[in-house]
Ligand binder design. Sequence first.
Ligand code: 3HC
Ligand code: NAI
Length: 699
Amino acid sequence: MTALVRYSRDGEIAEICLDNPPVNALGVDLRAGILDALEKFTADDGARMAVLYAAGRTFVAGADIREFGKPPKEPFLPDLVNALEALEKPILCVLHGTALGGGLELALGAHYRLGLPGVKVGLPETGLGILPGAGGTQRLPRLAGMEPALDIMTSARQVGAQEALSLGLLDALAEDGSTPLEAGRAMAMRLIAEGAGPRRISDLPAPAITPDKLNEIRAQIRKRFPGQIAQLTAIDAAVEGAALPFHEGMKHERKLFQALMDSPQRAALIHAFFAERKVAQLPELKGITPRSFEKIGVIGGGRMGGGIAVSALLAGLDVTLIERDPGAAEAAREGVAATLAESVKRGKLSDERRAEILAQKFRSATDYAVLAESDVVIEAVFEDMGIKREVFEALDRNCKPGAVLATNTSYLDIPQIAAITTRPADVIGLHFFSPAHVMRLLEIVVPEGAAPEVVATGFALGKRLRKVSVRAGVCDGFIGNRILQVYRAAADHIVLAGASPYEVDRAVVGFGFPMGPYAVQDLAGLDIGFMTRQRKAPNRDPREFVPLWGDVMHARGWHGRKTGQGYYSYGPEHPRGAPSPEVEAIIAAERAERGIQPRSFTPDEIVSRYMAAMVNESARVVGEGIAARPLDVDVTLLHGYGFPRWRGGPMHWADTQGLSEILRQIESFQREDAYFWQPAPLLQELAANGRDFSSLNKG
Ligand code: 3HC
Ligand code: NAI
């Protein structure tokens, strides 16, 4: 037997312990070890019942995802689960932490299931582009009913202990305080005393579902996961399998599982899974201990500061918020209280906890002296260097040595902000996304000279706030906004050449983004775009095309959703906006003025330009070291900009298209605008050497 599985017996109870840190993933060695232990149990005449449990922080988190895409090795997981279920003597599984995917499927093969308090179970495979492939699509419907099973599989959600109990996924919940083994032994002794024998889910009848209900569910899934195939295929596996004898259903599941395993969506989603874990693994942080933090200061309680404060409070941190005058301090306090109340409504927080946070963990003030004990201070005042200067001078005077001083600036020069203080090595950018308590992306912007432990503290704080933190170098817009500006500019080029903003939005949504660039600008406010254009005007290269229609719209007071008119017109009849003929007329006038004869674009033509611009600028960002690796760009776009996860991010997507093909397209667009479509040197280099972006992610 491998060391990953321990078999022992205490009295009449066999104890099978899985020990494969960190999450007991079911790699080939663990599978072989379990099979071996099952054989020992069968042969062990003294054992009347087995308790299977796991060591460490969690039960089994699923199949070993690192094996995906490689030739499968025996014993295969479905066969292992079948062998477990076929045991002649009863076996009990004890679940703690999270029992996910293959982990839950293994437990569904057992004859009894006990949960420790707080356990969560689920079948998250569809979120990885596959379906439960070890009997989950066959056993879960038999146990929980078809509709709950389809919901669990397609939502990929984690089901809490009480719900798992009520759906019958668990037979019992243990008392607080016992270990998996203690709880399992106690239940096994009870079962032995009752003379309980094996109980197999595969013996249960398969549930049916009406065609109408099924159509309704399929329609909902298509709407919720546009473009994705795993959720619908999981439904097919469950529903079609239920019409077959159990073992035939298992074979059908396997066939559909394999087809998904070979799909590009699976490759993209697994790339996303590992990339978002790898972003925090940076060679520069190896062995660096972050500074400890508990007390957070936030300067500015507007849109961003308020969200940052809430995010920190929800993570259990102590927060002091500074505003410019008592009225603003009180308004900020009320804003934070209101957002916390919303969290209570959404079930994220209990009302008692909210009251406790407001009474003990949060205060707003105007005097910087109260920040003397703060470990990390995050500035989120107006985007104005003069005001930031005053704030950082005050922080420098009032904060203790060793406090990390961070700015949430979107575009201002962070080294210049650091230089305001007498401790530039303690200054970094922590660039949150709006709304800061909801959006998971955090860009950690590292100016030259920042102390490594300050950067490590940024990552530790990001982890505590449950953010996905990405390291970014200093440049205008860091990673995300810099790339955004370029693909938005590409959209403007397409519109100037003849497409309408609505055609562009539709094509981009068709690709998989939740919204197109013009609908997003309406949401953010067209005044922001106007201010950005103003800010960049002094240093703009005369060859750069900047549309004038945005300024015309701005001058008319059309600032997007908040004013009822932007690229779209908003009103009671069109809460999500209707295309505006007036906007089209403004754009047509500009084309005419520039002597441009409008041409038509297919959705594919729009997407190829939009994506080529995104990939090209992404390559520049990596080539210049602003992003550490292509995967950092992918995670930024996935978590901050709505890039469809099932396409993996722009760099992963570019690899699937072939970098030579993207380069060829860029070179062809160059004939129309040689300045805008300059190929990134990194893209040229990789294409010339037959390499891809993923080759830069290794190590
Ligand atoms: N396979 C391989 N490695 C895994 C893994 C898995 N299933 N699950 C987690 N890991 C690795 C992570 O990559 C990470 O490695 P690193 O330290 O080298 O970066 C380490 O385990 C710890 O993971 P997290 O940082 O995510 O730890 P958390 O405590 O935050 O979360 C978790 C734990 C909730 C279990 C989370 O890891 C998770 O959601 N894992 C994936 C669960 C999943 O999708 N399971 C289904 C797998 S597919 C399947 O089972 C197919 C079957 O139907 C045939
Ligand atoms: P905001 O205008 O909503 O809030 C700014 C707050 O700062 C106001 O409440 C104001 O009273 C306060 N303030 C101004 N001067 C102050 C001072 N001297 N001391 C204390 N408080 C002061 O602005 P918003 O949107 O929250 O932006 C803040 C910062 O975050 C800016 O640097 C912005 O570029 C950046 N940012 C904004 C994002 C967004 O989507 N709005 C996204 C990411 C970063």
